[in-house]
Design a protein around this ligand. Structure first.
Ligand code: AMP
Length: 559
């Protein structure tokens, strides 16, 4: 949690006493940076354009003044009709739930006066109508679902709406909600207070800002780019050869030394497929987030990951996508990508038509990611920060592990220099391990790598595109009527163009490093439910460092 930037406490902001009680009940002793700046301005009735990431206390920053205003309206003239007076638009059902929960807790001591309702696509539209008939004071929902209710006349926003919030505005756009938002604006009254909150304020947002905000004041609190060491552990490991990288990853995942779900970042799309196919050889399901696929398919992958259907996503932040001049602050700031000595991956990735809005490591909200593994060292500090920022979200702990080859050391050093730790030490602590302890797995690793030929990678890419095309056709005609079947379309099915060798999936006890026998579980029984069920939706709170069980690790005094 970001420390408060100003000494002014909640009690000096002029907030309603019932809200202050709730704040105290929540244990919020002092406002966070965004709250200290935004609340007084919002209480003055100003429109806000705020930059704030998840975990910064942004919900309170707009929620407290919003609730305060509604209490004021109701108490100023008790005869005022009951109506929806505040609308909070969020990009996902998960976020709607979270925001709704926080607002209800903030309104706990005025719950008779203020009711908060959640509208998102997870529940049936018909089931939501009775809730709306009661005219809740605040509606939190996704733009599509809110628009559906407005179009169906079960929700009216004119003329009573007082406050509009666009939360995670950059995500709203990258999730393709722009048209729905524009359509909704036609149903709002002429005058209302608007607050737009976004983790990044990029040029794509400008059109939306102009439509929604009137003479806004900007709230840009200084924020650390990444959480501190108590929340985010950053590690790096030097691998002598490419094979060592694959071997280490196979050991981490196959021996279940890495606990929890992980994002695996690589430098190019063919490499993403190579890694997926390699893991497939070991019977480890993973999916790729392919920028060549349509946004809808990618959102489906993300939604399924967030629901705990699978544990690993292999992602890439290709040049020209994640670092488009419009998005890449590194470029805007004139900083260049870090050169790699003898970078063989150069030119390996064919230029393929990609969605310019795609940027896995930016903006997209992967939930409950215990670890980010930079299988390839990112090519700029900016990219490193965005990749690593996918873990340790909110107040969850997280670990980032970067695997570096000798030719990637320059890029790694550049990142280390830009992110100094305490006492001049690097933030990225060495993750030392005894490679010889996993030598037993090397033959299998070599076997698996050999099976994943260039041809296999090409075929896998084509096959995925073909599969997706088929799905799209089916989607059009069939899934509209059968939305549940859409969930049946899984994105981590083996692609199988590489010759899968079933024996590689099973690791016999004699291949498990001696120090891990009886601890590591390389061949767990097949789960019946979705992977991660029962924990997918929950925070990995208390799980601590997911790499702790790396028993053969010798991290000196640092572990
Ligand atoms: P948010 O960025 O709104 O998702 O908030 C992230 C977390 O910070 C939530 O668990 C909030 O309960 C918590 N939080 C928000 N404001 C404060 C505060 N002033 N002091 C301590 N915790 C807070």
């Amino acid at each position: 949690m970001a420390a408060a930037m100003e000494a002014k406490g909640f009690e000096h902001m002029g907030l309603d006493g019932r809200l202050l009680r709730a704040v105290a009940e929540l244990g919020w002793a002092v406002p966070t940076a965004i709250q200290a700046q935004a609340i007084p301005l919002a209480l003055e009735g100003r429109d806000l354009l705020a930059r704030a990431r998840t975990g910064s206390g942004k919900t309170g920053a707009y929620g407290l003044p919003l609730l305060h205003k509604l209490l004021g309206v109701k108490e100023a003239s008790p005869a005022v009709p009951q109506a929806v007076r505040a609308l909070v638009l969020v990009p996902s059902a998960e976020l709607a739930r979270q925001v709704c929960h926080t607002l209800r807790r903030l309104a706990a001591f005025c719950s008779r006066q203020l009711r908060v309702a959640e509208l998102c696509g997870h529940s049936d539209i018909a089931d939501q109508r009775p809730v709306l008939m009661e005219q809740p004071d605040v509606v939190v929902g996704t733009p599509g679902r809110v628009l559906a209710h407005v179009a169906g006349h079960s929700l009216t926003l004119r003329p009573w709406l007082e406050v509009l919030v666009l939360d995670e505005a950059d995500l709203l756009l990258s999730f393709g909600c722009g048209d729905d938002i524009r359509a909704l604006l036609c149903h709002l009254p002429k005058i209302y207070q608007a607050m737009l909150v976004s983790a990044t304020l990029n040029p794509e947002l400008e059109a939306l800002q102009e439509l929604v905000l009137h003479n806004p004041v900007q709230v840009l609190p200084p924020e650390p780019r990444l959480p501190g060491v108590s929340q985010l552990q950053q590690l790096q490991v030097r691998c002598g050869t490419e094979e060592d990288k694959f071997l280490l990853l196979a050991a981490l995942l196959k021996l279940r030394l890495l606990r929890g779900r992980a994002l695996l970042f690589v430098g190019s799309l063919p490499r993403a497929f190579r890694l997926k196919l390699f893991l497939e050889q070991f019977g480890i399901p993973a999916c790729t987030l392919n920028p060549q696929l349509p946004a809808r398919s990618r959102c489906h992958v993300i939604a399924q990951f967030n629901r705990g259907l699978y544990d690993y996503i292999v992602a890439t932040d290709e040049e020209g996508t994640a670092e488009t001049p419009r998005q890449g602050t590194a470029r805007k700031g004139g900083k260049k990508s870090v050169p790699r000595k003898g970078d063989k991956r150069k030119g390996q990735s064919p230029r393929c038509p990609q969605d310019p809005e795609f940027g896995v490591s930016r903006g997209i909200d992967f939930q409950n990611v215990a670890a980010v593994i930079n299988f390839d060292v990112p090519n700029s500090v900016e990219t490193y920060i965005h990749r690593v920022g996918r873990t340790a979200r909110g107040d969850n702990p997280g670990t980032a592990l970067t695997l570096a080859l000798p030719q990637e050391m320059e890029a790694l050093r550049h990142i280390e220099d830009a992110l100094p730790g305490e006492n001049g030490q690097s933030l990225l602590q060495p993750y030392e391990f005894k490679m010889e302890e996993i030598e037993t797995l090397r033959y299998r690793c070599r076997d698996a790598m050999r099976s994943v030929t260039k041809q296999a990678v090409r075929e896998a890419r084509l096959r995925e595109l073909r599969q997706e095309l088929l799905n799209c056709e089916k989607l059009k005609v069939y899934f509209e009527d059968n939305p549940r079947d859409l969930q049946a379309l899984r994105h981590d099915r083996p692609l199988h163009p590489a010759n899968v060798q079933p024996h590689l999936g099973h690791v016999p006890e004699y291949l498990v490093p001696p120090s891990l026998r009886g601890i590591a579980n390389p061949n767990p029984k097949k789960r019946k439910g979705p992977r991660g069920a029962g924990r997918g939706g929950k925070k990995p709170r208390g799980s601590g460092n997911p790499l702790q069980s790396f028993r053969f690790t010798r991290c000196g005094n640092k572990a």
